[in-house]
Design a protein around this ligand. Sequence first.
Ligand code: MG
Length: 397
Amino acid sequence: MTETFSLVVVAAGQGSRMGGATAKQFLPLAGRPIWEWSALSGGQLFSDNRIGECVFVVPAGTEDMVRESLRPFSFPRTVVAGGKERSQSVFNGVESAKGDFVLIHDGARPFASPPLFKRVMDASSPDHGVVPLVPVSEALKRVDHGRVTPYQREGLFLTQTPQCFPRGALEEALAACGRGAKDEGEAWCSHGGKLVSVEGERRNMKITWPEDLSLAECFMSKTFRTGLGYDVHPLVPGRMLVLGGVTIPEFPLGVLGHSDGDPVVHALCDALLGAAGLGDIGMLYPAGDEAYKGIKSLSLLEDTARRVYALGWDLEWADGILVAQEPRLASHLPSMREAMNGSLPAAWRGRLSLKVKSGEGEGNVGQCCSMVSHAVVTLSAPAWVAREAGEKEGPGR
Ligand code: MG
């Protein structure tokens, strides 16, 4: 039987060195809270079947908020409250984990790459713990009561996370060590455990001081992608007229389709999928599949947006135009926008524009035989996330 790993993201600190009222892991970085970038790395590892679950350790009282933020991610997870000390928070996380091994990761390290996680997991063994290290590159000085003296840096390394340990043995070490260990490696060693190292990553910085956040923002320089969506549906008697997620009353014709036939939402879904390189709604939710018969298109939008968000994309803006001869729809635009906003991840709401245009009596649309909708979406993501999402893209995700 292959060994199972639990990823434990520790994001329970108060971040006092950061200043300000908000704990640092909840400060925004490129459109989402800092800790969520670790969830994104976790999500990529799940898609490779290396990790069985993710445990998020967060400040007591924020569990529900974090659970809500995690909704777009499809991997199995548990959210638990941390303690006053980091060691207690780690203990709570490890206690809730079920894997043979635990990968402990600091929620204030948003840039650890999936290859680093894999290196750490590949080096794991029941006989030792694994820590990523990077050599110290600056010259060191020691300051004692104002006296500055050189300090040899040879043989010195900085310790990063993720760190990997056999779960049961780490739980014992943490219980025995009590408070005060700077990291799990220290608790592990003080309990007589052996450590091995793998090469860490320069980019895997820990956000501790306010200027670290500015540096992190620079590293998040964005890549932009646009996507185009188009849809047309025939108008027939005996069907509901659902547009932008809103049922339009007292019109004798409705949109024909396998789902509720909402062309506004379908065009928006296709624009989102196009920008993320995920195909189109016909590939993701095939018309021949009974599961989608009569389905509300807003549920398709919710699932589409969830997939795009979980890959690391941020919605900059979406614009749509519905071309319809009758009925007059301008008064319904605010409720359509509200309905569609409600199906997007919370961070994306309010970034949606929608317009209507008459068919001017021309062609099928002008003769009230069909309705047509267009949408354009702009997504952004940090360049390295866009690269990794690009490698994973495909309708199977
Ligand atoms: Mg359609």
